[in-house]
Design a protein around this ligand. Structure first.
Ligand SMILES: C[S@@+](CC[C@H](N)C(=O)[O-])C[C@H]1O[C@@H](n2cnc3c(N)ncnc32)[C@H](O)[C@@H]1O
Length: 256
């Protein structure tokens, strides 16, 4: 449970394979000094994924379009996306909509099959009672068998792909810190309990706190040493699943 200091392209592969890669890199959408796109990390991340693993990548549509070819060349296949809706956002352009969302897209190894990827489908407990006759679907929407689907009031319902979570504005230790509730949903979906999460652009270590709270192992990487130190302090202070505080890791270079 630690954040290593360095460049993820060289630091992280030596700790592979990861059951889940959590990646929140600079998008490269602006001319701001810290917003420089990192070249070449996708292929390295793909090589570092366990066969049943997947990678969740934060970005804007602009940033995904910029790396579309690189994703394919790296051997990563699209699985699905989530829209994270925030209470406020950025207004870089006075003549466009105020941007209050981010995309989070899941990819998996293109040599793997989706049914072999760890995927614990998330539900919410707000279904309304209904009974649905499910028809056979045409093949272009995937083969779904005929049958009945019955739900009860307050029972489980598939979680929606648009997720509202307040951003950390005003209490963050990193300018683009992501909210714990959102990260925990991704972790529960895509990393088995006890599995290893690689957080390639760790920033504040928010994913480390979420990993600890959900009982997963975690290794982060952050190029800014001062930020990595703050992230590590935050993770150590988090109570793990079960509530027993951890002793500081005596050998932080060997998180597996
Ligand atoms: C968008 S922020 C991540 C924020 C983080 N998810 C959080 O919730 O706090 C991106 C981070 O990646 C770091 N970074 C940039 N290039 C990197 C590299 N090559 N290897 C590791 N970290 C890098 C930056 O210093 C920055 O802190």
């Amino acid at each position: 449970m630690t954040v290593l200091v360095g460049d993820c392209r060289t630091v992280m592969p030596t700790h592979a394979p990861f059951d889940m890669i959590f990646a929140d890199p600079p998008y490269g959408d602006t001319s701001l000094g810290w917003d420089r796109r990192v070249e070449g990390w996708l292929a390295v991340a793909r090589q570092s994924l366990a066969p049943s693993g997947s990678l969740w990548l934060f970005g804007s549509l602009r940033s995904f379009l910029a790396i579309a070819a690189e994703l394919r060349t790296a051997g990563l296949r699209y699985a699905q996306e989530i829209v994270w809706e925030k209470q406020n956002g950025s207004a870089f352009h006075a003549d466009r909509f105020k941007r209050v969302h981010e995309l989070i897209v899941q990819f998996y190894r293109s040599d793997a099959r989706w049914d072999g990827i760890y995927n614990d489908v998330q539900t919410t407990s707000d279904a309304v009672a209904r009974s649905v006759r499910r028809k056979m679907r045409p093949s272009h929407t995937g083969q779904i068998e005929r049958g009945y689907y019955v739900s009860e009031d307050g029972g489980p319902r598939l979680m929606r792909s648009v997720i509202f979570a307040r951003n950390c504005h005003g209490r963050a230790i990193h300018p683009t810190e992501k909210p714990l509730g959102l990260i925990e949903i991704l972790i529960r979906t895509s990393c088995p309990p006890g599995g290893l999460i690689g957080d390639w652009f760790a920033g504040s270590g928010a994913a480390g706190e979420a990993a600890r709270a959900t009982g997963r192992r975690y290794l982060g990487c952050e190029i800014d040493a001062a930020m990595a130190e703050r992230a590590n302090a935050r993770i150590v202070a988090t109570l793990p699943l079960g509530g027993v505080p951890a002793a500081p890791d005596p050998n932080p270079g060997d998180a597996r």
